[in-house]
Design a protein around this ligand. Structure first.
Ligand code: GDP
Ligand code: MG
Length: 296
């Protein structure tokens, strides 16, 4: 093959909750980044890789950029997101169709000085009652920054996403592919499993347990018949334990069942999942502990 190949990193940035992870999952046709209506669900940087013909697009789903926070984890997330912007070949800056906030301004400020082309993606256009609002909105936004282009989409409904992908493909620099063609993510199966459990946990406990909850895969054993997984849900305070476990263990059982079904889909095998809930005091304010628990 002497065909010229293209390959590049695409940073997906934007304030929490605009739909960055949903976009990535939509592009890859598979859930690799968990989503939820709660901000800051995406805690780690996640690579999503898509190879089509001679072009390989390596997407980076970033934890939401936001104003510098007090807590160590927030600082850590901000650092991550900024370095991602510097290294990207293309930046996808995502906002919501319905509103522009101060946090959007903060993200845009971080984009000043980037050499990479910035595509403004206006997400959730499905929520607009009047589609006639879109054109004036695009005109107004085009004055804020010299965007490469502005693309309205609905990540949830997969609306206009292939068009966006085509634009991105044309902006990728020439170069060899960095990953095998069939690879979809840089994350290990253990990481993906922990993220699925965390997603179900967030969905089931809603506002009662903060986003700082951590899931650790204690063991992952595979044989011909099934995959046996032991996972620990680390909560911040003793009082959160009964919330996660629920009346007579009902809630933990539900979390486990939902997670198991989804894990079975990615490993293509029967899964036996055991969940434990343990208390880790004050880890969110201690970056060292945060990193040591980060078993990537
Ligand atoms: P992130 O924090 O930017 O990664 O946002 P998520 O991908 O986790 O999405 C946040 C919320 O917005 C979730 O509840 C998604 O289902 C929802 N969402 C994402 N894209 C769309 C969209 O195109 N339309 C609508 N109506 N909701 C969306
Ligand atoms: Mg996300």
């Amino acid at each position: 093959m002497n065909e010229k190949t293209h390959c590049g990193y695409i940073a997906i940035v934007g304030r929490p909750n605009v739909g960055k992870s949903t976009l990535l999952n939509c592009i890859l046709g598979r859930k690799i980044s968990i989503t939820s209506p709660k901000p800051q669900t995406t805690r780690n940087q996640i690579l999503g890789i898509k190879t089509q013909d001679s072009a390989q697009a390596v997407y980076i789903d970033t934890p939401g950029l936001h104003e510098a926070g007090q807590r160590a984890m927030n600082r850590y997330m901000n650092r991550l997101a900024s370095s991602v912007i510097m290294d990207a070949d293309v930046v996808v800056f995502m906002i919501e169709a319905s509103r522009w906030t101060g946090e959007d301004d903060a993200v845009l400020n971080k984009l000043q000085g980037t050499k990479a082309p910035v595509i403004l993606v206006i997400n959730k256009v499905d929520t607009l009652k009047d589609k006639g609002q879109l054109l004036p909105l695009m005109n107004k936004l085009s004055e804020k920054f010299s965007f490469e282009c502005i693309v309205p989409v609905s990540a949830r409904k997969a609306d206009n996403i292939t068009y966006l992908e085509d634009i991105i493909a044309k902006l990728l620099p020439q170069g060899p592919h960095l990953f095998p063609e069939e690879q979809v993510t840089d994350k290990s199966i253990r990481f993906q499993v922990s993220e699925i459990i965390r997603e179900k946990l967030i969905q089931e406990t809603e506002q009662e347990v903060p986003y700082s909850t951590m899931v650790e895969i204690e063991s992952y054993k595979e044989n011909e018949k099934l995959v046996e997984i032991n996972a620990i849900i680390w909560v911040e305070r003793e009082g959160q334990k009964p919330i996660v476990i629920g009346q007579g263990g009902e809630r933990l059982k539900k979390i486990g069942t939902q997670a198991r079904k989804e894990i079975e889909k990615i490993v293509n095998q029967k899964v036996f999942l055991r969940l434990w809930v343990k208390v880790k005091d004050g880890w969110t304010d201690d970056e060292r502990v945060f990193r040591s628990l980060d078993f990537e």
